[in-house]
Design a binder for this molecule. Structure first.
Ligand code: ASP
Length: 310
């Protein structure tokens, strides 16, 4: 057992054996899920609460399925972000959850660091399901699993992460994971959407798709997160697509066997063209969703075990 932490709050700081262990275990869950079987004894009697302060369809559903397939009692709590002072609400919620004796707490919050704060206040194992622009660790794990299954490895690959890096917790978690596992990471986007500090994370920065996509094994497109933009950072969706949207022509600049990914939800015609997104040979987007459930089962299983061993 390499992963001995109580929580999963970020990819930053994890070591290759910890990541490797989670991915290996997730591989087993892919097979279990494909066989149509479940493993309901594993988390029987345990309570998992999905606490979502921000909207989500796939992540919440994915954690719900993962918990249920392992036998946990799953509760979904959606909390309106408009409720008074967020700090106070969060601590009140923590007290409530402790009183309910929840074992596993999956948290999504609009503010970076909210899951860390909750982890200090609750007895449950906390899993970050996306916090502000900080991290979305299970997304990076499911992306890594998807890549590893297709390419057979993570080390030595060139991965281009394209688009709205500034607002993307997915980009941050992926950069940490891919760097840790030995891939070469590039980010591509307009200067307004690539914060200067990203270069400090050990990535190559490009502002031109043609240059950035050359030699890429994996092209990871990001959603343009207009809801997080406080000012106009992009001219128009059409203009953005022209320069940074992935269509067949731009995709052809990557390696001939390059594969495309997107964490969802997609803005078709803005950051990605449907012909690329739906390409059965070269798009991994559906597979990412399947891997999501397996990775989350692996995370729940691992955290429940470290809790038992503690
Ligand atoms: N679903 C991902 C997230 O929650 C990506 C996105 O929203 O664009 O960060």
């Amino acid at each position: 057992m390499h992963y001995r932490q109580k929580h999963l709050l970020a990819i930053e700081g994890l070591h290759p054996p910890e990541i490797g262990q989670l991915l290996d275990l997730a591989e087993n869950y892919v097979l279990l899920n494909r066989s149509g079987k479940t493993q309901r004894d594993l988390l029987r009697g345990r309570t998992l609460i999905n606490l979502f302060f921000e909207d989500s369809t796939r992540t919440r559903t994915s954690f719900e399925l993962a918990g249920k397939r392992l036998g946990a009692d799953v509760l979904n709590m959606s909390v309106s972000t408009s409720s008074v002072n967020k700090g106070e609400t969060l601590l009140d919620t923590a007290a409530t959850l402790n009183a309910m004796h929840c074992d596993l707490l999956v948290v999504r919050h609009g503010q970076s660091g909210a899951p860390n704060l909750l982890a200090q206040k609750v007895d449950a194992a906390v899993i970050n399901a996306g916090d502000g622009t900080h991290e979305h660790p299970t997304q990076a794990l499911l992306d890594a699993l998807t890549i590893r299954r297709r390419k057979g490895r993570l080390e030595g690959l060139t991965v281009a992460i394209c688009g709205d890096v500034a607002h993307s917790r997915v980009a941050r978690s992926n950069i940490h994971l891919l760097n840790t596992m030995g891939s070469r990471v590039r980010v591509i986007g307009p200067p307004t959407l690539i914060p200067a500090e990203v270069a400090e994370l050990g990535v190559e920065v490009f502002h031109d798709m043609a240059a950035g996509l050359a030699e890429a094994d994996i092209v990871m497109m990001l959603r343009l997160q207009r809801e997080r933009m406080t000012r106009g950072l992009v001219p128009s969706a059409r203009e953005y697509f022209r320069f940074f949207g992935l269509d067949a022509e731009k995709f052809a600049l990557a390696r001939p066997d390059a594969l495309v990914m997107h964490p969802g939800p997609m803005n078709r015609g803005v950051e990605i063209d449907s012909a690329v997104a739906d390409d059965p040979e070269r798009s991994l987007i559906r597979e990412q969703v399947e891997m999501g459930v397996a990775v989350r089962m692996a995370v729940l299983d691992t955290l429940a075990r470290s809790g038992r061993n503690a």
